[in-house]
Write a protein that binds this ligand. Structure first.
Ligand code: ATP
Length: 237
């Protein structure tokens, strides 16, 4: 069942048309990736779907809610992780997770906290201040923040950008596990290897347009390519 339906979506910043009519859908429980080079429009698309930017034209529904008419309903069921997300540096990691869980006043907050601790996987370092964390540790805490609440939809921008192999792998595994547990995931990346490892389906985006959509396996077969990078080069040629 499709839980995200994007139809002919455009987004303009003044005269610049960053999204030129994109159409795609995402099924429940899928990990779906928007892939493309710098400036292709990935962040713009994710910010529009997260209700942070206004739609210029086109329609979007998320779990049946209309993005323009029912943004509050959508905010209740999504979790958005920006590429450059920050935390409260003078808090301890564990305090930050408590702070997020405290938004929920019912029993669920204890489960969320436990889940956050597990996802962040920072061991005793959770008791240290966040400003002593490496970039990878901070990102793991932020991924924990985004996924601990078990959102229906997680929107994750450049999930592992700038991280080393170990941190990137840990985060990818966590996100895939969350998808298995019922969170639908929409992510962006310019790392073509990452999307092959993680995504059930991807949309290749270039200069504000989706130029191909499918599973990594099907796209490689269709374009007789060894990897997604080669598919991309073939499609935009
Ligand atoms: P990157 O991988 O570099 O983050 P991206 O695929 O996420 O790129 P966007 O950040 O969505 O791409 O940018 C798409 C286009 O919109 C680019 O031409 C960019 O310069 C432009 N753009 C993005 N944000 C704004 C803004 N606030 N005002 C004006 N133009 C913008």
């Amino acid at each position: 069942m499709a839980v995200i339906e994007v139809n002919n979506l455009t987004k303009k910043y003044g005269p610049l048309e960053a999204l030129k009519g994109i159409t795609f859908s995402v099924d429940e429980g899928e990990v779906f990736g928007l892939i493309g080079p710098n400036g292709a429009g990935k962040t713009t698309a994710l910010r529009v779907l997260s209700t942070l930017l206004e739609v210029t034209s086109g329609t979007v529904t998320i779990y049946g809610y209309d993005l323009v008419k029912q943004p509050d309903k959508i905010r209740e069921i999504i979790s958005y992780l920006p590429e450059d997300a920050g935390t409260y540096k003078n808090m301890k990691g564990i305090e930050y997770l408590h702070f997020i869980a405290a938004f929920f006043q019912d029993e669920r907050r204890y489960q969320m906290l436990e889940r956050g601790v597990r996802i962040a996987d920072l061991g005793e370092r959770l008791d240290d201040r966040i400003d002593t964390y490496s970039k990878g540790m901070q990102r793991r805490l932020l991924v924990a923040r985004a996924l601990m609440i078990q959102p229906k939809l997680a929107i994750l921008d450049e999930l592992t950008s700038g991280l080393d192999v170990i941190n990137a792998q840990t985060i990818r595994r966590t996100v895939k596990e969350s998808a298995k547990e019922g969170t639908t995931v929409l992510l962006s990346s310019h790392n073509m290897l990452e999307v092959e490892l993680m995504c059930d389906r991807i949309a290749l985006i270039n200069d504000g347009r989706i130029v191909a959509t499918g599973s990594p396996k099907d796209l490689k077969a269709e374009y007789h390519a060894a990897n997604i990078e080669d598919v991309f080069v073939e499609v935009v040629r």
